[in-house]
Design a protein around this ligand. Structure first.
Ligand code: 4GY
Length: 217
């Protein structure tokens, strides 16, 4: 999977993409990360990429022209790629979105907005707009990293040796983090592991875990 990131701050990604699982996925050739700096498409000698909003208001907006030029550059590298825009205005990003995007063999182009927003006309070049939570950040880089991390861990061969045919059943295992879990010791300063987990009754354990689970999908 080819992941292209349109950002003014590519260095923000170094720590996250350089980290174990995301890095290993790249090492194994499962994923590639490439950056498009839309400053390169800025207008005029000062490479302007932002301007004041029509109708007034505080702050600056990302201009549509450099941003679309950056998207078109990324599309030229990978014509079938899906364009994603993290924005508080999008619908809430869910595990089901991560699964769906991990399953497509298409590449991704992720835009990282900055300033106080973007010219709405850019959305004509965007396939999906996601919000990662009801709060406002200083830029789209952190949401882009959240989206990348959630997708790459689901790609066949990243976590284990599973094939794409096995991935659907493997992904059921995401449930395994939705109930509380315990490891040794059985008693930590009087805090005990629930008895059912020590019982060896697999059916009871299964139903206890189901009861404790939350559906995040
Ligand atoms: N929350 N979910 C989010 C965000 C900040 C546009 C520049 C979020 O996805 N993105 O808070 N993004 C951006 C929003 C202007 C700052």
């Amino acid at each position: 999977m080819k992941i292209q990131i349109i950002s003014l701050f590519p260095e923000m990604f170094e720590g996250v993409l350089g980290n174990s699982m995301l890095w290993k996925a790249r090492d194994k050739g499962i994923v590639s990360y490439e950056f498009v700096n839309w400053r390169d498409f800025g207008l005029g000698p000062r490479k302007q990429v932002d301007d004041t909003p029509y109708g007034g208001g505080d702050g600056m907006l990302m201009m549509v022209e450099p941003l679309v030029a950056a998207i078109e550059k990324a599309k030229a590298n990978d014509p079938g790629a899906k364009v994603l825009l993290p924005s508080p205005r999008g619908h809430t990003y869910k595990q089901s979105d991560a699964k769906r995007l991990a399953k497509t063999d298409k590449g991704l182009i992720i835009i990282c907005p900055r300033y106080e927003g973007y010219d709405e006309r850019v959305t004509e070049w965007v396939d999906e707009t996601f919000c990662i939570g009801n709060y406002v950040l200083t830029g789209g880089e952190l949401p882009a990293m959240v989206i990348i991390d959630s997708i790459v861990r689901l790609l066949p061969g990243v976590l284990g040796g599973e094939t794409s045919a096995e991935i659907e059943s493997f992904q059921q295992d995401d449930k395994s983090v939705e109930f509380p879990q315990y490891t040794r010791p059985e008693d930590f300063r009087g805090l005990k592991v629930p008895q059912v987990l020590l019982s060896g009754h697999h059916a009871e354990i299964k139903s206890w875990r189901q009861k404790q689970s939350r559906d995040r999908l």
